[in-house]
Design a protein around this ligand. Sequence first.
Ligand SMILES: [Zn+2]
Length: 59
Amino acid sequence: MKRAHRPVVGKSAPCRGKRRYHSQGDALEAAMLAGVERRRRAYVCPWCGLWHLTTIRDG
Ligand SMILES: [Zn+2]
């Protein structure tokens, strides 16, 4: 098995499996590329300090 070079974030961070972005712009750009920017919101994660996208629920 090959080890990937990943930044070490808190081992017990609940966001471990989530995609991280270095800035709000990065997060929103990724959402835009996926065509889902209207249904996603970027937020700073309190655990890893980076950005994640969350789904906006309407209704
Ligand atoms: Zn996080």
